[in-house]
Design a protein around this ligand. Structure first.
Ligand SMILES: [Fe+2]
Length: 192
């Protein structure tokens, strides 16, 4: 028997109200895309995002709608985790146009984080990739040419929502398609 221990809770489920949510939220994102503060290129990371101005009330107009739409999903996740209380933190969008990506990062010190695939074509786009946090194990196994996985990319579909521990390193692979890939991300805490 193979015991694979110390699981990481990564939870994926479709957002039931995705159709209506996408149209309204995308209108808002396309408005924000014109805001020069939402385009801050650093190296190759050409991505539109309101992350840096997420405290500005004018950028938060989509927050309530997203929170309302993801409520059933997050309540299910909270139940699985034995939690009753959900506290939402920062929320922002990331719009990856051609040749943009997001390098390895994490959302610590939040407890949990989410990626909601607002515009995503599985034939054209790659999903979020998670990096194995057992860095010592990875380094040693690599040295000995053993079988191991350094990254995990759960298949994604438009309208899917992913929850994951905020400390977990992850990245958005480069979008090599002409079609934009747009996600909403947010952080949240759970408690019993
Ligand atoms: Fe992230």
């Amino acid at each position: 028997m193979f015991h694979k221990i110390f699981d990481l809770p990564i939870y994926q489920s479709p957002v039931a109200a995705h159709g209506e949510t996408k149209n309204s939220v995308m209108n808002e994102i396309m408005r924000l895309r014109q805001d020069p503060r939402c385009y801050q290129p650093t190296g190759n990371e050409r991505v539109y995002s309101d992350y840096m101005i997420a405290d500005d009330p004018s950028t938060r107009t989509y927050k309530n709608m997203v929170i309302e739409s993801v409520k059933p999903n997050i309540e299910e996740f909270a139940h699985e985790m034995g939690a009753k209380k959900i506290d939402f933190g920062q929320i922002w969008f990331q719009r990856y146009e051609t040749h943009s990506f997001h390098g390895v990062h994490n959302h610590w010190p939040s407890l949990f984080s989410a990626v909601y695939y607002l515009e995503f074509d599985p034939k054209e786009h790659k999903p979020t990739a998670f990096v194995n946090p057992n860095k010592l194990q990875v380094a040693l196994y690599k040295e000995h040419n053993l079988k191991f996985s350094n990254t995990f990319s759960p298949d994604g579909n438009q309208g899917d929502l992913l929850f994951f521990p905020s400390f977990l390193d992850h990245y958005a692979p480069m979008n090599v398609s002409d079609k934009p890939r747009t996600i909403i991300s947010f952080n949240f805490d759970l408690s019993a």
